[in-house]
Write a protein that binds this ligand. Structure first.
Ligand SMILES: CC(=O)SCCNC(=O)CCNC(=O)[C@H](O)C(C)(C)COP(=O)(O)OP(=O)(O)OC[C@H]1O[C@@H](n2cnc3c(N)ncnc32)[C@H](O)[C@@H]1OP(=O)(O)O
Ligand SMILES: O=C([O-])CC(=O)C(=O)O
Length: 372
């Protein structure tokens, strides 16, 4: 058996949800360029779950259902209030809270297509409320109830700040949600599929996926990018910072990708948003530092920026705490994970690869008292 470390290049599933071919990303056959420029996040949710863009009527129905399901069960809010949220990582709190949501859903263990369809809407609606509620409760404020008349992106921002978001903020959040929604068989999506491939439930699949996205080699990189920029502090420090990183063979967060070798097609949109938003907020230094980091890493290591690199300064410009960047990624990626979970259920086979054993063999049991 040949071991493929990290399963690089291994094709482990057939999927109609998204594809990466020649560094081009598509959702159900629509290019990410097209969708990022034209589509609402709700249209993308529909596309990922149904394989088609919605009609006006279908979109209105989805929006209505999402708005109607966005409230959290009181015990979940009480749970958040009972924790010292300043002492925990938001992704850890989210992982637990999503699992907890399952205890208040009578459909949690019902694995029919109908029940899974209902859970899909409920969970996609509640995840945004949950992230915003975490942020509010952590800063000593009451969670803000979702508003049915807002779009998904506008409502998400509103629940953070309890003020009507500006058009530019809504546009940026919508675009970020569209860009992060799905990405073929990335580590967290694979995790979700492995989990539900045992015929476990949707809550378990999503909880497992959150755990995988949390890591800094995956979704956690956007938070790490902002920490890196804080540490660099000033554009004049970029060269010395990177030289030291290269000398110590440390990774530069937000750079490099397992699949894209010539550039992540999502990054250019986030870069442009970062430029625009940092200009508006009068904090262009973060954008300028990012560009310098990107240029040097490209020149020295031939590694392009990935989706996490410029999303950091986009969210920073929206006034969001940097440890909430990966939770925001989670809100978007819920749509993709759910699509993959539904696709896995529809044509399931247990996912169970093999390992090549490289440990000791032919050993004889030594009684406890004889061991040294
Ligand atoms: C949404 C997302 O998940 S996007 C990815 C987010 N993750 C990050 O931004 C973290 C930083 N990047 C990385 O760690 C990697 O590029 C990954 C995890 C994204 C891809 O990893 P892999 O395909 O397994 O590549 P791997 O880690 O084996 O790297 C290959 C080589 O490139 C180097 N390399 C890869 N990424 C980086 C980086 N960001 N900085 C410096 N060197 C890097 C490695 O050190 C390694 O060098 P070596 O061959 O001399 O040992
Ligand atoms: O595909 C990957 O390995 C990681 C990634 O970019 C994503 O999940 O969006």
């Amino acid at each position: 058996m040949a071991v493929v470390k990290g399963l690089e290049g291994v094709v482990a599933a057939e999927s109609k949800i998204s594809s990466i071919i020649d560094d081009q990303l598509t959702y159900a056959g629509y290019s990410i360029d097209d969708l990022a420029s034209n589509s609402s996040f709700e249209e993308v949710i529909y596309l990922l779950w149904h394989g088609e863009l919605p009609t006006e009527e279908q979109l209105a129905q989805l929006r209505g259902e999402l708005a109607a399901q966005a409230k959290l069960p009181e015990p979940v809010i009480d749970h958040l209030k009972s924790c010292d949220l300043k002492a925990v990582h938001p992704m850890a709190a989210l992982r637990t809270a999503v699992s907890l949501l399952g205890l208040y859903d009578e459909d949690a263990e019902v694995n029919t297509a109908e029940a899974n369809g209902k859970k899909a809407i409920r969970l996609q609606a509640q995840i945004a409320t949950l992230v915003a509620a975490f942020s509010r409760i952590r800063s000593g404020q009451e969670p803000v109830a979702p508003r049915e008349e807002y779009s998904y992106a506008a409502n998400f921002l509103y629940m953070f700040n309890e003020r009507e978001p500006e058009d530019i903020e809504i546009e940026a959040m919508n675009k970020a949600l569209v860009l992060h929604a799905d990405h073929e068989l990335n580590a967290s999506t694979f995790t979700a599929r492995v989990c539900v491939g045992t015929l476990s439930d949707m809550y378990s699949g999503l909880t497992a996926a959150i755990g995988a996205l949390k890591g800094p080699l995956h979704g956690g990189a956007n938070e790490a990018v902002m920490e890196m920029l804080f540490e660099i502090g000033d554009i004049d420090n970029v060269d010395a910072f990177l030289e030291k990183k290269f000398a110590n063979k440390e990774k530069i967060m937000g750079m490099g990708h397992r699949v894209y070798k010539n550039g992540d097609p999502r990054a250019k949109f986030l870069k442009e948003m970062s430029r625009e938003l940092t200009e508006i907020s009068g904090q262009t230094k973060w954008y300028e530092m990012s560009v310098k980091v990107e240029d040097i890493v490209k020149r020295e290591k031939n590694l392009p920026a990935n989706v996490d690199f410029y999303s950091a300064t986009v969210y920073y410009s929206l006034g969001i705490d940097h440890d909430l960047y990966t939770p925001i990624f989670t809100v978007s990626r819920f749509s993709g994970w759910i699509a993959h979970i539904l696709e896995q259920y529809a044509d399931n086979r247990l996912i169970r690869p093999r390992a090549e054993y490289v440990g000791e063999t032919h050993r004889t049991y030594t009684p406890l008292e004889e061991r040294v």
